[in-house]
Write a protein of this length. Structure first.
Length: 153
């Protein structure tokens, strides 16, 4: 008897947007099958290029059995689809904030709703000027954003 153990750490669970046990129950089958597809247990040969080594027969059997047994429980969710959904949710969040921020900024600057093009011009100038005066700070803001949202790429 052989036992194969598949582990998904915090980062991988986050990538699949698994935050609760209910999320795990919903996506566990897809997560396991995707993990088995992403990782290979091979049989080394004389070939120096490991990517050409054949899969170990035990790994092939494990992959086939997991795919067959878990198929009824698998969701349409894939890591890519989950990441795509999370990225869309983040973009929608920022999109929903921008109109209110711009309207508030414009109002406090003395503009009215029919002055929107002028407000947008002012916001663009403000951001360009900030970036020109504070290139290191702006680069740091992008670096932090890249770090915060790296998993959504």
């Amino acid at each position: 008897m052989w036992r194969i153990e598949i582990r998904a750490g915090k980062d991988e669970l986050d990538n699949w947007n698994i935050k609760t046990f209910a999320n795990l129950e919903e996506k566990a089958a897809s997560l396991i099958v995707a993990t088995l597809e992403a990782i290979r247990y091979t049989m080394p040969t004389n070939d120096l290029e490991a990517s050409r080594w054949p899969d170990h027969p035990l790994w092939s059997i494990a992959h086939e059995v997991a795919a067959d047994v878990l198929a009824p429980y698998a969701t349409a969710a894939t890591r890519g689809k989950v990441i795509e959904g999370l990225r869309a949710a983040a973009l929608n969040h920022f999109r929903s904030l921008l109109p209110g921020l711009i309207a508030s900024y414009g109002y406090l600057r003395g503009y009215h709703s029919n002055d929107l093009p002028a407000v947008l011009d002012q916001v663009a100038i403000l951001v360009r000027d900030y970036a020109a005066r504070n290139p290191k700070a702006m680069a740091e803001k992008f670096r932090r954003a890249a770090e915060r949202y790296a998993l959504l790429q």
